[in-house]
Design a protein around this ligand. Structure first.
Ligand code: FES
Ligand code: FES
Length: 177
């Protein structure tokens, strides 16, 4: 796990792509691994993850920050990757659904999701797990209002909300046992 991303420096080489637009190279850290990415700075992280780094676990839903399917962690906080420009991620520690199981709480969340058979179609579930993990990391024993706030904006068109809430509550109760 890389723990000092502040030392990473933005690469200054400038390429002029065939389209004539200005393209920069950025070094970002995803799931503890450095990646050199050639893309324009305002490219949303979601596009970088899926189309350049081939990490397709993070899903495209709305593209405008309203559904939560694209949720990742930036320095441990849940963020919508469709709204996060590549140039802003250079000194961040990015974690995706592919890497969250390497964290203690992320692993517990994934296991509880399986135990309670939370997903239906599964499309939203990467984002749900990322938000739940951020919530439980920040608030180990969340009350209903904490769950409401922490999971707000993570939409599930299959309506799995009651199982999602039950899984989070069980994880919280396990902290007090
Ligand atoms: S795709 Fe990012 S919030 Fe919907
Ligand atoms: S499980 Fe289908 S959208 Fe949530």
């Amino acid at each position: 796990m890389v723990d000092d991303t502040a030392t990473l420096k933005r690469v200054v080489s400038i390429n002029v792509p065939k389209t004539g637009g200005l393209q920069l190279s950025y070094t970002i850290v995803v799931n503890g691994v450095k990646h050199d990415v050639d893309a324009e700075g305002d490219t949303p992280l979601l596009w970088v993850l899926r189309d350049i780094l081939n990490m397709t676990g993070t899903k495209f839903g709305c593209g405008i920050g309203l559904c939560g399917a694209c949720t990742v962690h930036a320095n441990g906080s849940a963020v919508r990757s469709c709204q996060l420009p590549l140039e802003d991620t250079v000194n961040m520690r990015i974690t995706t659904i592919e890497g969250i199981g390497e964290t203690a709480i992320g692993k517990q969340v994934q296991e509880r999701w399986l135990t309670l058979d939370v997903p239906q179609c599964g499309y939203c579930q990467g984002g749900q797990i990322m938000s739940a993990t951020a919530l439980l990391t920040r608030t180990p024993r969340p009350k209903d209002k904490d769950i409401d706030a922490g999971m707000a904006g993570n939409i599930c068109r299959c309506g799995c909300y009651s199982r999602i809430r039950a899984a989070i509550k069980q994880l919280g109760e396990a902290q007090t046992a």
